[in-house]
Design a protein around this ligand. Structure first.
Ligand code: CMC
Length: 397
């Protein structure tokens, strides 16, 4: 008698490995990065310090932070050949395709001359250096992507600005008020890390084959693009655009639910009673609404949330407040998921290094439910193959 395999579709509920990088606790609705509650980090730290924390396990002291900032500043420029390749990506391709392509080229440039795939996975020191380079250059790639679509040239980075302010400078050509820089910094911190989510797991699977860090990040970018994952922040804005204003929420939702549409920005595989990151991002959105005098955005946000939660009991995730927040800051909707890449690259690379420090090839099993064994018409096995078949038959008996 054959027993039915215990299949965990989507790996739901499966614990694959330990991680010391973050803890998602749906019971207490909390998220810890290396033990620190994420809302405390968002309220007190620059994004560079959180990147350091994820990579090293401790917050940096002043000297360590200054050293990381010096390195980050030295890799901020968009290299001319990377710009040239971005320029060859069709202007109407999705910016995630552009970011994925640019990240791939950055990896190929960095690993050029490596003779054998046996050296690809690199030492811990090499991988930390690669992580810092990617972290530093991604803002230039994302910022240029938005500018290119608006027919504008890239803007050179400014050495007198920290990561968040410089990112906004390279995108818009000015540095907005502190309230905007602060909201952007918070969003980067909230997006940085979230345990074994789909893109991080993708990165760990690729790293587990002893491929290189860049390949793992490129794969992760592909996973993040999907609307069930990072693409949801962009999708939220499309929904807001469809609805228009708060007075249209009820009929819009009636229609959407009648057609069994998924409402992007709501629901989560792990959190079932609300996403721990939402209150911090919603507070940042509120400051932006106030700053820009855009009360109608908050009205639409609140109305859709209260209607959907009361009808379905499904709560907003981080993409729900971050989508409208990025819109208010001036980012174009297709740029939202690339912003998520720039933030999450810190978590991905921390996980890649953790995976390599205690590696086991990730290779699950599957249960076959295809056709029974059959044979190609006219095939006559030679002697060696006949012996193999006979042994297989013997083993099956
Ligand atoms: N709108 C409508 N129905 C939903 C939604 C939603 N946003 N989310 C879940 N449901 C329903 C779903 O239709 C299903 O109903 P039924 O049992 O009647 O078929 C039930 O709730 C369970 O949903 P599921 O998709 O099987 O649950 P899951 O744990 O696999 O889903 C999810 C998690 C994030 C894929 C899902 O909630 C979803 O598709 N949400 C919309 C996309 C989204 O906002 N993604 C961002 C996730 S958080 C940020 C990130 O990690 O990138």
């Amino acid at each position: 008698m054959t027993t039915e395999p215990d299949i965990k579709k989507g790996l739901a509920g499966v614990v694959v490995d330990y991680t010391a990088i973050s803890k998602v606790n749906p019971e207490t609705n909390s998220l810890l990065y290396r033990g620190y509650p994420v809302q405390e980090l968002a309220a007190t730290q620059p994004f560079e310090a959180v990147a350091y924390l994820l990579w090293h396990g401790e917050l940096p002291d002043e000297v360590q932070l200054a050293q990381l900032r010096t390195l980050e500043r030295s890799y901020r420029h968009l290299p001319a050949d990377v710009r040239a390749v971005i320029d060859r990506v069709p202007i109407d391709a999705h910016p995630m395709d552009e970011v994925r392509t640019a990240a791939s080229l950055i990896g190929a440039r960095d690993l050029a001359g490596m003779g054998s795939v046996l050296d690809a996975s690199g030492s811990a020191e090499e991988n930390l250096a690669r992580s810092i380079r990617l972290f530093a250059v991604l803002p230039a790639i994302v910022a240029y992507g938005q500018r290119r679509r608006r027919g504008l040239d890239p803007i050179e980075p400014r050495d007198d600005l920290d990561y968040a302010a410089n990112f906004l400078w390279m995108t818009f050509g000015d540095v907005p008020e502190d309230v905007v820089v602060d909201a952007f910094n918070r969003s980067m911190i909230l997006y940085a890390e979230h345990s074994f989510n789909a893109s991080t797991f993708t990165a760990r699977v690729i790293a587990s084959t002893l491929s290189d860090l860049y390949s793992a990040v490129v794969g992760a970018i592909g996973a993040l693009k999907g609307p069930l994952h990072g693409g949801a922040n962009e999708a939220v804005l499309h929904i807001f655009d469809e609805i228009g204003d708060a007075s249209n929420v009820v009929p819009w939702l009636d229609e959407a639910l009648a057609h069994k549409r998924k409402i992007m920005g709501f629901g989560h595989r792990v959190y079932k009673r609300g996403d721990s990151r939402v209150p911090t991002m919603k507070a940042a959105l509120d400051t932006l609404v106030e700053h820009y005098g855009r009360q109608e955005v908050a009205e639409l946000y609140d109305k859709l949330e209260s209607e959907f939660v009361s009808r379905k009991g499904i709560y907003p995730n981080l993409d729900y407040p971050s989508g409208p927040a990025y819109n208010l800051m001036g980012f174009d909707t297709p740029t939202f998921t690339p912003l998520f890449v720039a933030a999450r690259v810190t978590g991905w690379t921390a996980h890649i290094m953790e995976q390599l420090a205690s590696n086991a090839l990730i290779r699950p099993l599957s249960a076959y439910n295809g056709p029974d064994e059959r044979h190609v018409e006219g095939y006559v096995p030679d002697e060696a193959m006949a012996a193999v078949a006979a042994r297989a038959e013997e083993a099956a008996d």
